[in-house]
Design a binder for this molecule. Sequence first.
Ligand code: PEP
Ligand code: MG
Length: 328
Amino acid sequence: LSERIDKEADKPCESEDGCRINLQVNAGLSAEIETAVRSGKVGIGLYRTEIPFMMRERFPSESEQVELYRNVLLSAPDREIVMRTLDVGGDKPLPYFPITEENPFLGWRGIRLTLDHPEIFLVQIRAMLRASIGLQNLSIMLPMISSVGEVNEARRLVEQAFFEVEEEARLQGERLYRPRLGIMLEVPSVLYQLPQLAKKVDFFSVGSNDLTQYLLAVDRNNTRVASLYNSYHPAVLSALYDIAKQADQYQVPVSVCGEIAGEPGGAILLMGMGYRKLSMNAFNLRKINWVVRNVNLSEAQSLLSCALTSDSYEEVFNHINQYLEVKG
Ligand code: PEP
Ligand code: MG
């Protein structure tokens, strides 16, 4: 099977009945970018900017960040590159910016931290924009959004940075394109604010890893409760389905960039829900490309209805396994 998967890896990612699925990669280390993206066939649906920050001994300067981001944007100039602003705190500590909290996952993380430190946020946004001068493939994504106010505040800072860098570009005789601005859907409160959020952003991307953690109240890294943490819990699947329907209703492009998008059963369920853009670790790309080409949409939809009415993730897994066995 793995030979067949490799042989057919270059075929367009389309289901048996012709439904096109756009696959992208999650990246953060430059090696991940090298292998997957330089082929020119995929974009980056999630560039985790905190990873280069975590590998240093101090905050990278604006010009160091410009160089870093420029390389990433140039790795696939014709493809969308979604750069997520710094998502530290929680499970992602910065060695040179210690945070001590009793509940780090409910604490100072992601957008909360950078809005409290606008100088960190502005330097990063300016660096992304400066890196994008002359290019048109930059999208900026905000992590851990839990309310509309955070989007307003972040957007105001992005605008400020845009005008500063636009002026700089103009002096150089270059053009600065306006980046698309999107948010991660990973805190459950935003599920109930999608109509308002839809008016404020250009795209949504579902962070199913954190959404699972917060919906189920299960720490994603605590081994004692690891058996409770599962993105195939019927409640999580219902939330994902609800997001897909609302994004369609409000006409906001939506993708999924959590782990579930890179798993065969997960990708099929997401297709059934209506997702047409999936971002995953580079090593899952070929497998998911193959899976998509071997299912059709009505099968994916009936698998989804079985999953949504299941009592547990174990039952969902049984349905998925039965389906995958029939498919060989
Ligand atoms: C997520 O939460 O699903 C996600 C993609 O972001 P991270 O795993 O980096 O928190
Ligand atoms: Mg997350």
